[in-house]
Design a protein. Structure first.
Lengths: 191, 231
């Protein structure tokens, strides 16, 4: 019955979103209202993540496919689209590529600036690394890609360390689980 | 006879869409070229089947409607990656808002300038202005600004498929490597269809795409009427 409850929550928020969409005079679609409401519910703990995650991830995983009927619908607008198709296509292609580049590069530039503030922290963390972990080189080290990159190189090494720790932890958990199941199997055999 | 059986079926459009989408996903996995975008290829194949067998779009739509119907709950579920990445969103709020604002301004200005260059009428410019925002908001914006709503929907979908298709290439060419930057770029340029792609790239990308849908949508609602006064 896990999914019944999950579907109930998701449809409930969809319905609430729809309700707001009809009641409020704002041009906000039902899905966006529902998204904001569900986010608030998750943050305040009204809904717990495991109570929507299974069915939610199913919907997100299949989302691309949901655009097919709308996309096929272009065929019914073809008569009015054809006369303006060329300028439309050129404008859409150029504008979409531009927007993607401008948004991506703006974010990259700001993220880089705020990350350089964290570099100091990374340099400090370097002191906690064993010599072989910095490839035996001093403060200015080679990153694993081979380019000279001070703080970033260290950060990558630190990250790798973290990943290794997680992996060994996961392994330990897995072997625990394996032991458990073999113990269970033994018990069953005895029974 | 066969055709009537197909048309009266409640699931014909559904199985046609899902089967061809899966086929398109396989094709993409095999040949690994951007032009074989699964959404683009499956859409073209569905249209081809409808045209060849002379099945009216309305019949297909009626039996494939479950897919469109699920879009609203799926959009609601975008709250899940956003919630999981809430810390990251808060910590990088300046970058998030600045990037989406820059992208939205770029969208509006580039359409305005190119529209004038091509000598498009004010009506067509109004039709194209909401091309980068999600359909449900875009239709309202277009109508308010005096655009042709049917064409706006077509422009929004073409934009989405295009963004979905070219994102990885653009990211490679312009060294947009950070998951936050990638998600914002996809959501701001190609709305929900771009965000679906962002989700395929990763959870951070998906969360950033989701917030872009909201912010870019709101900004466009506010900005388009102002711009239309000048146009």
């Amino acid at each position: 019955m896990k999914y019944v409850k999950e579907i109930m929550w998701i449809i409930a928020f969809t319905f609430l979103g729809e309700l707001l969409n009809t009641l409020l005079p704002l041009p906000v679609p039902a899905g966006v209202y529902g998204m904001i409401l569900l986010l608030i519910a998750l943050v305040t703990g009204i809904v717990k993540l495991p109570e929507v995650e299974g069915a939610g991830n199913f919907l997100l995983d299949t989302m691309t496919m949901m655009f097919i009927p709308a996309a096929v619908g272009i065929m019914s607008a073809i008569d009015i689209l054809l006369p303006v198709l060329l300028p439309y296509l050129v404008i859409i292609v150029v504008s979409t590529v531009l927007v993607m580049i401008v948004t991506g590069l703006t974010a990259t530039a700001i993220l880089r600036r705020s990350e350089s503030k964290e570099d100091q922290a990374a340099e400090d963390a370097e002191l906690s690394l064993e010599p072989h972990e910095t490839f035996g080189i001093g403060r200015r080290t080679l990153s694993p890609n081979g380019e000279i990159d001070g703080a970033n190189g260290y950060r990558e090494i630190l990250h790798e360390k973290e990943v290794q720790r997680h992996a060994s932890q996961a392994e330990a958990n897995a072997s625990d689980a394996a032991q458990m199941t073999s113990a269970e199997a033994e018990r069953k055999e005895k029974a | 006879m066969m055709k009537e059986a197909l048309q009266s079926s409640g699931y014909f459009g559904l199985i046609l869409s899902i089967f061809l989408f899966l086929l398109a996903v396989r094709l993409k996995a095999k040949f690994r070229v951007a032009i074989l975008n699964p959404l683009l290829v499956s859409t073209i194949m569905v249209i081809a089947v409808l045209v060849i067998f002379q099945i009216p779009y309305e019949d297909y739509k009626a039996s494939a409607n479950l897919l469109s119907y699920l879009l609203t709950p799926a959009t609601v579920c975008l709250a899940i990656p956003m919630y999981k990445q809430l810390r990251l969103l808060k910590d990088n709020l300046v970058a998030v808002l600045a990037a989406i604002t820059a992208g939205t301004l770029c969208s509006i200005l580039s359409i305005l300038i190119m529209g004038k260059l091509f000598g498009l009428s004010v009506e067509h410019i109004a039709t194209l202005l909401p091309k980068s925002i999600t359909t449900a908001i875009g239709m309202g914006v277009s109508e308010e600004a005096g655009g042709i709503v049917t064409l706006t929907v077509a422009a929004i979908i073409i934009t989405g498929i295009l963004g979905n298709m070219i994102a990885e290439l653009v990211f490679q060419l312009f060294h947009i490597d950070h998951p936050i930057a990638r998600g914002l770029a996809l959501g701001t340029s190609a709305h929900a269809v771009g965000t679906a792609k962002a989700l395929e790239l990763g959870e951070i990308e998906g969360a950033m795409g989701s917030i872009s849908i909201c912010v870019a949508g709101i900004l466009t609602v506010v900005l388009v009427p102002l711009v239309m006064n000048i146009a």
